[in-house]
Ligand binder design. Structure first.
Ligand code: KG4
Ligand code: ZN
Length: 333
């Protein structure tokens, strides 16, 4: 079964064609990120206008060379939320139109669930039950996954997401005005000795739950920088270590509590090298299979939307497919 998927939840416009949820036949991503770098944050109106500009060329590039009459694609999938409403509606309406004119079923997809399905691309054999850690710009969630579409929410951030804390720290350190997670991580590699070790808090690390809190950590970075003006690379390293220690501790608590066979990680922060390395060490100790997508599949694209759609085939009447900007990971679509 070949699915054509569309993703337009924020500032990326993406389309992909994926066979049986695992084999990528085509994938195109356009982004308006550079425009938001200038303003220091995503401007929803600009993101939406760029979605309108990009959506047809991006879909056209994926469709190039396809003989639609031969039955490909078998279905259309589209991200319905969460995200920016103006961005989401562009993809949703494009998806509905394609489904209508090609007379194919439409599968709505929750973007957050999509991030987790990036792990299925390539055909990895994933044993359930699994714990899924979703770490993106807007979300930090721990989920118990007993099978496809069988999710139980274990915990999540009570304030800022991990990615948001990375982005705000990047701004405090003068590394980037928008989406600076990768730059903080890069800067941290320049620090040879962490002379600030333990100076930043590891919020909620000892609490016997699966929740996170990152807003206090970001405030502590600001206080430390304002008071002591330490070298940027040392702060970057200490901040990264604090976030990763908390993410790893809480995730491994969930892995051990539920005796799962696999750990799946998804979202932009899953690109973080230290997080990947630390989870690998801890999973090895308890013989749990760790799955983290390649870095290119951690950030927003339509490939994982197609995979999530394939493994959760749930066809919805076109008139009932609507964009929902505030969808949570447990919300049905
Ligand atoms: O999943 P994503 O592309 O967008 C959302 O759906 O939110 O995640 C973007 C987030 C940003 O906060 C970005 O700074 C962070 O992922 N990020 C990283 C790294 N690469 C991207 N954070 C830490 N280390 C990285 N290497
Ligand atoms: Zn995302």
């Amino acid at each position: 079964m070949t699915i054509l998927a569309i993703e337009s939840s924020c500032d990326e416009t993406a389309c992909a064609l994926v066979k049986d949820g695992v084999t990528v036949l085509s994938s195109v991503v356009a982004t308006s990120k550079e425009l938001h770098e200038k303003t220091g944050g995503v401007v929803p109106e600009i993101a939406a206008r760029k979605q309108v500009e990009f959506i047809v060329p991006v879909i056209a590039e994926v469709l190039q060379g396809l003989t639609l009459q031969r039955g490909i694609p078998d279905a259309i999938a589209v991200t319905v939320g969460p995200g920016l409403i103006g961005s989401l509606v562009v993809g949703v309406e494009a998806g509905k139109t394609l489904a209508l004119v090609l007379n194919k079923p439409l599968i709505p997809v929750n973007h957050l669930v999509g991030h987790i399905y990036a792990n299925f691309i390539g055909g990895a054999q994933i044993a359930f039950p699994a714990v899924a850690l979703l770490v993106s710009g807007g979300h930090t969630d721990l989920i118990l996954m007993r099978g496809h579409g069988d999710f139980e929410f274990l915990g999540g951030t009570v304030d800022d997401a991990a990615g948001e804390a990375f982005d705000k720290t990047a701004r405090i350190l003068g590394l980037a005005k928008y989406l600076g997670g990768a730059l903080v991580s890069q800067k941290a590699t320049e620090c040879v000795v962490n002379t600030l070790k333990g100076q930043l808090p590891r919020p909620m690390i000892n609490q016997a739950n699966f929740d996170f809190s990152f807003s206090g950590l970001k405030a502590s970075v600001k206080r430390l920088v304002d008071a002591e003006h330490p070298p940027v690379e040392v702060v970057a390293r200490e901040f990264q270590e604090a976030v990763v220690e908390v993410l790893v501790a809480k995730t491994m608590r969930a892995v051990k509590t539920y005796h799962v066979r696999s750990l799946l990680v998804g979202g932009g922060v899953a690109a973080n090298t230290l997080l990947r390395a630390q989870l690998a060490v801890e999973c090895k100790k308890v013989a749990v299979a760790l799955h983290i997508p390649p870095v290119t599949l951690c950030t927003d694209n339509a490939v994982y939307i197609a995979s999530a759609a394939y493994f959760n085939q749930h066809f919805v009447e076109l008139k009932n497919v609507v964009a929902n900007p505030s969808l949570g990971i447990m919300d049905k679509v």
